[in-house]
Design a protein around this ligand. Structure first.
Ligand code: ASP
Length: 323
């Protein structure tokens, strides 16, 4: 009988390319988030509380593309989105098109617990936030504004059509960081949970919803398999229902690491017509962790009973092959 290691938390601060000048705040941010989540788990708290608080830390940090510091869309606006899922009950909450909610992940939790729905966006979500007195914060930062100007200039340099965005991003990865945040956890009672939060893909068109708030695509948790959070090009994770795919692989006996690697191989095999950059973190119900990506970087950290100090890195297992 396999010995279960618990509690465990894994967090990510996004795939893409992490620049040397910005990597320190990123690494510090994921470490802090993992610590905050693990403290909750150590004290007997629920996985769902741990992932929410860990994600909220990263939403407040400013270094990530989530909450404060979210990327700007093509109209220079911010539309944030987030989701959370409790593997014990399979309850889930998600929200999107948020303009100034300080912690989108907290609103996702409210959708999960205080409504009969799973996904509430836009005006209705803003109303819900008011009802529950959620804090507001202008998410715009100088850094994102700077990035926006550079990205837009590149886009407009002779390339007015949006389908060109993919090749543009490929050529200038440094301006299209994918710094979505996410967390997965297994608590002392054997329950798993996952949460993901993002400002979305830079230069997205208004109204675009990515994988992060879509249950099964960017976020999934089930006590029968484990939990997964995705980062990268949302359209890919949506097409392959990637977080659920990882959970299915764990349910069929793969370890968390085998499952995320297999899922990235699947991405490499099946998706080749768009800019391809993905990262995945997971925990299985035995407390084994997984992290893999085909992007240049994945900013991530984890804590386990054997590793009570956070281990953080800008890379995990890089998977380039397709089978
Ligand atoms: N997955 C996010 C999206 O497509 C982006 C990211 O991971 O940074 O909205």
């Amino acid at each position: 009988m396999l010995k279960v290691q618990k509690p465990v938390i894994v967090v990510h601060g996004g795939a893409g390319t992490w620049h040397p000048e910005r990597s320190q705040p990123g690494l510090e941010g994921v470490k802090e988030a993992a610590k905050v989540g693990f403290e909750i788990l150590k004290n007997g708290g629920a996985a769902v509380d741990a992932v929410m608080e860990a994600v909220a830390v990263m939403e407040d940090e400013g270094a990530f593309n989530a909450g404060y510091g979210s990327s700007l869309n093509i109209e220079k606006g911010v539309e944030m989105e987030a989701s959370i899922m409790d593997g014990k009950t399979l309850k889930a909450g998600a929200t999107g098109l948020l303009k100034d909610i300080k912690n989108p992940v907290r609103l996702a939790r409210i959708v999960m617990e205080k409504t009969d729905h799973v996904f509430v966006v836009g005006e209705g979500a803003e109303k819900l936030a008011k009802m529950f007195n959620l804090e507001r914060r202008q998410p715009l930062t100088e850094l994102r504004l700077k990035y926006y100007e550079r990205q837009k200039k590149l886009l407009l340099e002779g390339k007015f059509e949006l389908p060109k965005l993919a090749s543009l991003v490929k050529e200038h990865q440094e301006f299209f960081e994918l710094e979505t945040v996410g967390a997965v956890a297994l608590d002392k009672n054997g329950n798993v949970a996952a949460a993901t939060s993002t400002g979305g893909f830079p230069l997205k068109i208004p109204g675009r919803i990515g994988d992060s708030p879509l249950i099964g695509c960017g976020t999934y948790a089930d006590n029968q398999s484990g939990a997964c959070s995705a980062t990268g090009v949302g359209e890919i994770a949506i097409r392959l229902v990637l977080a659920k795919t990882v959970c299915n692989l764990m349910e069929s006996g793969r370890t968390a690491q085998e499952a995320v690697e297999q899922a990235i191989k699947l991405v490499n095999k099946r998706i080749n017509d768009v800019y391809n950059s993905m990262g995945l973190i997971a925990v299985d119900i035995h407390g084994r962790i997984g992290a893999a990506h085909n992007s240049p970087n994945l900013c991530w950290a984890y804590l386990t009973p054997k590793k009570p100090e956070p281990t953080a890195s800008l890379t995990a297992k890089i998977v380039k092959e397709s089978d």
